[in-house]
Design a protein around this ligand. Structure first.
Ligand code: NAD
Length: 425
């Protein structure tokens, strides 16, 4: 049986927006979604492009370009992270915004999808330049963001400090403190317990549930992690605590492999000292792409889009892939995995714990009443376990992979909300 009804374009990497469209079309076809709903759901609601100046430390002025895209807000305010990267493009942000809509719907939290980004290399900027860039970008997109309209969060190369600057900037304009305008803030200014490790906690929980179904014991299971940032490094640490052996990790400089296992805490210290995992004592060096193909049972892509394609999917040795990253696997690679019986837990489910705890943070901020880390952990576990069960049930019923199942669940929820609200005027 074909897992997707429509063949995606040629082999290899895809424009992320084309990839998002292909995934949407496959699920919409299966759901027999009508033309009107397809037309509404297949495009973003708003796309804002901003060009803005930032004063550099040496007194010169530099222009930057940023984006904020809201894909759909029929189920609630727009929600999605902000990415700082030299290769950010409008198409990438559109895809990420659409994926956020589906992600929030899969875990059934009352948000629509959004994403933002600035074209920059944050490693080349001083803290002061980064702060000025962030405050100006936040001001430029304040046309859209707000605690009841669109709530940013951290993503690649942004963190709690960047969120603190955005919250402060928005609050300065409002004249009073508005903690609920962003999530992923430091605890001291309205952040939530459990947010930093939320995404990885969810990824580890999804791995545990799927490994149980696959009769793959976690004790001694070999895990490879691509991308050793917030999501990847903490996932490695949590999976090791569950008995897994972390055999490979990587960053933009390359990867390291050790059949006997790596200690993620020690690798993290090495990375802090040397700005890369490469060179970690006692491990073999592997290429950036090589990490995806090492002997392992579980693969965690935790870097960026388009990493596992038709070209390298046949070489992936893992039985289970849990997508901490957004959009790491192309539709062609998905088809190969489905045929080979490799289980893929799709991004919109696997990494949804991040936005789920962001939702908890927002609710706490709006109520000015904060929960304990045990309360967060318990509520998160309930949401993720329920979502996994619902997606697995659809995958079994429809005899499809978990991505298509997750898309069907999510798109149906968004379509129902859209239908009920009707078309204005
Ligand atoms: P991060 O900036 O903390 O880490 C990204 C890591 O990936 C860095 O170590 C970087 O060196 C590495 N990297 C980038 N390109 C690479 C490549 N081609 N090969 C190997 N390593 C590479 O970012 P993060 O917050 O951990 O996000 C990682 C992914 O997880 C992104 O796709 C993001 O959208 C997704 N995600 C993150 C969260 C979250 O809460 N942080 C939530 C949901 C999804």
């Amino acid at each position: 049986m074909a897992v997707h009804d429509e063949a995606p374009p040629a082999s290899g990497r895809l424009n992320p927006w084309e990839m998002a469209q292909a995934q949407f079309t496959a699920a919409a076809d299966r759901l027999k979604l009508g033309d009107d709903l397809r037309a509404i759901l297949s495009e973003p609601k708003r796309e804002l492009i901003v060009h803005f100046p930032v004063r550099m430390d040496n007194g010169s002025l530099r222009m930057f370009t940023g984006f904020r895209v809201q894909h759909n807000v029929n189920r609630g305010p727009a929600k999605g992270g902000i990415r700082y990267d030299a290769h950010v493009s409008l198409d990438e942000i559109k895809a990420l915004a659409m994926w956020m809509t589906w992600k929030c719907a899969v875990v059934d939290i009352p948000y629509g999808g959004a994403k933002g980004g600035v074209i920059c290399n944050p490693k080349e900027l001083s803290q002061a330049e980064l702060e000025r860039l962030t405050r100006r970008y936040a001001t430029e997109i304040s046309l859209l963001i707000g605690p009841h309209s669109d709530i940013p969060a951290p993503d690649v190369n942004t963190n709690a400090q960047v969120m603190a600057w955005i919250m402060d900037t928005y609050s300065m304009h409002a004249g009073y403190t508005v903690p609920a305008v962003v999530t992923g803030k430091p605890l001291a200014i309205g952040g939530s317990e459990g947010r930093v490790e939320a995404t990885a906690t969810g990824v580890a929980a999804m791995v545990e549930l799927a490994a149980g179904e696959l009769h793959l014991p976690l004790e001694g299971a070999r895990v490879a992690v691509q991308g050793f940032g917030n999501a990847g490094s903490i996932a490695a640490k949590l999976l090791r605590a569950k008995g897994c052996r972390i055999v490979a990790v990587s960053d933009t400089h390359g990867g390291i492999y050790s059949a006997s296992g790596l200690d993620p805490e020690k690798v993290m210290r090495h990375k802090q000292e040397h700005s890369t995992v490469v060179g970690y004592p006692g491990a073999e060096t592997v290429s950036v792409e090589g990490v995806l193909e090492v002997p392992c049972d579980v693969l965690i892509p935790a870097a960026t889009e388009n990493q596992i394609t038709g070209r390298n999917a046949p070489n992936v040795q893992a039985r289970l892939i849990a997508e901490a990253a957004n959009g790491p696997t192309t539709p062609e690679a998905d088809r190969i995995f489905f045929e080979r019986g490799v289980r893929v837990i799709p991004d919109i489910l696997a990494n949804a714990a991040g936005v789920t705890v962001s939702y908890f943070e927002w609710v706490q901020d709006l109520q000015s009443y904060f929960w304990t880390s045990d309360q967060i952990a318990e509520k998160l576990s309930q949401v993720m376990t329920r979502a996994y069960g619902e997606v697995a049930e659809i995958a079994q019923r429809e005899r499809c992979d978990m991505r298509l199942a997750a898309y069907m669940l999510a798109i149906q929820r968004v379509a129902d909300a859209t239908q009920l609200r009707g078309v204005y005027p």
